[in-house]
Ligand binder design. Sequence first.
Ligand code: SF4
Length: 354
Amino acid sequence: MNLLDLTPKEAQSTIAGWIADRGEPPYRTRQILPRLWRRPATTWSGATDLPQDLRVALDREFPLPRPALERLQQSADGTVKFLWQLDRDTAIESVLIPEGRRRTVCISSQAGCAYGCVFCATGLMGFQRQLSPWEITAQVRELVIADQFETPSHVVFMGMGEPLHNWAAVDTALTILNDPRGLGIGARRITVSTVGIVPNLERLARRPEQFKVALSLHSPSGAGRSRLMPVERKYPLELVLETLRSFSKRITFEYVMIAGENDADDDAIELARIARSLGALVNLLPLHPGGVPGFEPTPLPRIRQFATRLRSLGAHATIRQSRGLDIAGACGQLRIEVTASGNVATENHTGVEQ
Ligand code: SF4
């Protein structure tokens, strides 16, 4: 059994049952559980705080799977991109973005993506497969191991894939990330970014924790959005915004600025209206290379003008700094290709909050 695919509560009761069956004292559960996420063990045999016979039995009953680190790239700005091999045919990327004391890790929830947004390199890959809870949370757990039990301060689901298209696994992964017996990261420091998969947005809204939500908006109108994001045909913007109104959680709008597509003054007026009505923060970011050819980024002076216009209309707006561009680790740039031989080749791509 893979304990890392369970919630901490489920893992605790599984271990407690197993310990009782073996006739071990109950306190062993309190020794074993932290070695899953809080002070993660690489193998049970390395968990030398446990007796030898117990370690052997744990390795046999509950082996601890780990992704293989295929490649690590460091940007000139300190951003680090990781390429993880999950199995022969599947690889994913995650990105660590240090900023002062803050260490944000941007994680993937799927290998590839089915949604095909024009500005996103992952969308060009197509969908490969869903990740399981352990594969999602391993992108954080491995950093905790590498940093001698230091946990990243923030997690964003802005890597490869649409997290709400993999709700069952993401639901469990959110619990593992947040639970004090798991990775123990505060809910307000965990952001789920989505294009707006309405039924699962409703499920996320019903969770009691204050996870943050980022809507990949990219156009304030349904017509404009449908040119950029095929999801608009299934879940129209009006319906997505209606669902977001039921959120007590803080909402951010992600807005990739594309020249001549979504950067007109009328766009600013409509965007400000929507943002005000939801109390949302608008995050503007330039288009990065890697998506469908033929789209150009809005020049920086125009992005600044657009932000000023939003603020003059009463909306909260920030311009997000591009990080990790030189290693193709910036927002919308994550992409991995599997060659005919089954080898993994990375290209210029990711989807990262900076
Ligand atoms: S932006 Fe998100 S939903 Fe759209 S194609 Fe990229 S990974 Fe998929």
